[in-house]
Design a protein around this ligand. Structure first.
Ligand code: DC
Length: 202
């Protein structure tokens, strides 16, 4: 039996941490759909054309180690505005959502476009400053040379592009449960999400 959990929200709101933990808790599979756009963005940075790169995407590409850089994130956000790129990635995401045993997909348009019939929809958010601080600490931890101001500027630029695009913009689905993680620890945010999903599962 399929059971789909859609988790959307802006960059660095805690979607990834929450999605992984929810999937582990319930024994569901997890797809970070941002990786699809990052893999296309990485190919474009290497010289490929965006739509051809999306059409040729192989799930193995998602395992590449270099998809987590700020440059790839910006490239991902840029290719994500192209309707043909989004269309090329839709079938894979919908197939994943319907796999038996349950699936958690996190992204920007899962509850609105990819899986409008998802069993549970969460919209995870936090203030831009709070998200930039988390991403800044994460990048520092990896030894990446960045400043807080540049990370905040990146977060705001991606927010504007992700929310302002014409196709599948970042907006909460009407029936999404909002989860603001600004004042929550990772453990508290995970506990809140597990409770929401558990209630919907009964
Ligand atoms: O979640 P992320 O930061 O890895 O996503 C990278 C970019 O990919 C993001 O800025 C916008 C795009 N994206 C999207 O448009 N739709 C999704 N479902 C997931 C990501």
């Amino acid at each position: 039996m399929s059971f789909t959990v859609a988790i959307d929200g802006p960059a660095a709101a805690g979607k990834g941490t929450i999605s992984k933990a929810v999937a582990a808790h319930f024994g569901f599979a997890h797809l970070d759909t941002g990786l699809l756009y990052r893999a296309v963005g990485a190919r474009v940075l290497a010289g490929a054309a965006p739509v051809a790169a999306a059409q040729a995407l192989d799930p193995v590409d998602l395992e590449s180690d270099d998809l987590r850089t700020p440059q790839v994130a910006q490239a991902a956000s840029e290719v994500a505005v192209i309707p043909e790129v989004r269309a090329a990635l839709t079938a894979f995401q919908r197939g994943f959502a319907k796999r038996s045993g349950g699936a958690v997909l996190d992204g920007r348009d899962i509850g609105t476009v990819i899986c409008p019939d998802a069993d549970v929809k969460l919209f995870v958010t936090a203030s831009p400053e709070c998200r930039a601080e988390r991403r800044f600490q994460e990048l520092l931890g990896k030894g990446t040379a960045v400043t807080f101001d540049s990370v905040l500027a990146d977060v705001k630029a991606r927010d504007a592009r992700d929310s302002g695009r014409a196709t599948a913009p970042l907006v909460p689905a009407d029936d999404a449960v909002m989860l603001d993680t600004s004042e929550l620890s990772a453990e508290q945010a995970i506990a809140a999400a597990v409770k929401i999903v558990g209630t919907a599962r009964r």
